[in-house]
Design a protein around this ligand. Structure first.
Ligand SMILES: Cc1cc2nc3c(=O)[nH]c(=O)nc-3n(C[C@H](O)[C@H](O)[C@H](O)COP(=O)(O)O)c2cc1C
Length: 276
């Protein structure tokens, strides 16, 4: 992870496709993330999964994967060729959806240290930068047991993105930033995530010693947020919309992504309630 404080665009399913990632990078995001991709689907050559990880330009992009089977990960990696822009893999240890949690993955994997270590090792043995995105545990009990610290202490990932909620919390409950200082104390590279929107928020996160911030919903409403937080001059949102539409014409991308983006772009925060 670069020395300078980093601004990351969060992975967001059905929203943050390659066109949106390019726009966010053009206006200040240092690093962007694909939405989650099932390791088993990639290993089985599922066409739409491979389409989701296709990169179109040099926008620094981390590919996020979710799953647990080492043989599937190895099979996928044997077919994977990094395209320009590829900036490593991220393991999803945060998704609270029952279809993942009931199979011991997503945020149910935070306490599965040995399994996580194996997956990280496979990615690293293949020479790829590897990060982890995690919640604080599956539920309040696990958060209180500090399973997140145990994972950060014991797994050798390049950086950890900590979404400061546990798996039972929706977006109506505020992210608990008080955990960041203890995460940083482990000596690992920590990126903070959850409800970060303003320069004051970023200053607060910096004071904990985090290496960067990851921004999700606020970037969908305003993709210029990265430039604004960095104090750069920004064009009008109208101009950015036109640039985004131009990219949509140039790339073979799914309609649903831009339909979803246009539902939220330029709207007030409340427009995300339906997604929480
Ligand atoms: C619509 C939507 C889709 C998401 N999809 C993913 C995903 O694919 N992978 C992931 O790790 N997190 C996903 N997240 C979680 C975000 O990456 C982020 O952790 C969360 O929104 C908190 O950050 P924020 O307050 O800046 O939005 C998603 C969030 C939303 C709202």
């Amino acid at each position: 992870m670069e020395k300078k404080f980093q601004y990351l665009l969060a992975p967001m399913e059905d929203l943050a496709d390659s066109c949106f990632r390019t726009i966010c990078h053009r206006y200040g995001a240092n690093l962007t993330f694909t939405e989650l991709n099932r390791i088993d689907s990639l290993a089985r050559n599922n066409k739409s999964s491979w389409k989701r990880i296709k990169l179109f330009d040099e926008t620094p992009t981390v590919i996020q994967v979710i799953g647990e089977k080492e043989q599937f990960l190895k099979k996928f990696l044997s077919k994977f060729n990094p395209e320009k822009g590829f900036s490593g893999f991220n393991l999803n240890l945060g998704c609270p959806a029952p279809n993942f949690v009931n199979h011991g993955i997503g945020c149910a994997m935070i306490k599965r240290i040995a399994k996580t270590k194996k997956l990280v090792q496979i990615l690293k043995d293949n020479g790829y930068s590897t990060s982890i995105k995690m919640r604080l545990g599956l539920n309040q009990f696990e958060k209180e047991k500090k399973v997140y610290l145990n994972l950060i202490n014991n797994v050798n990932a390049d950086f950890f993105i900590v979404h400061a909620r546990h798996g039972k919390q929706g977006y109506n409950e505020k992210a608990d930033w008080s955990v960041f200082a203890e995460c940083v104390k482990t000596g690992k590279n920590i990126v903070a995530n959850g409800d970060i929107k303003t320069k004051e928020d970023v200053e607060k996160i910096r004071s904990f010693g985090c290496r960067g911030v990851m921004i999700g919903r606020a970037a969908i409403i305003n993709p210029l947020i990265f430039a604004e937080l960095k104090g750069l001059t920004v064009p009008s949102l109208g101009k950015v919309k036109l640039e985004y539409e131009q990219l949509l014409k140039e790339r073979d991308v799914s309609y649903k992504y831009h339909q979803n983006i246009f539902k939220h772009l330029g709207k007030v925060d409340g427009s995300f309630n339906e997604l929480s």
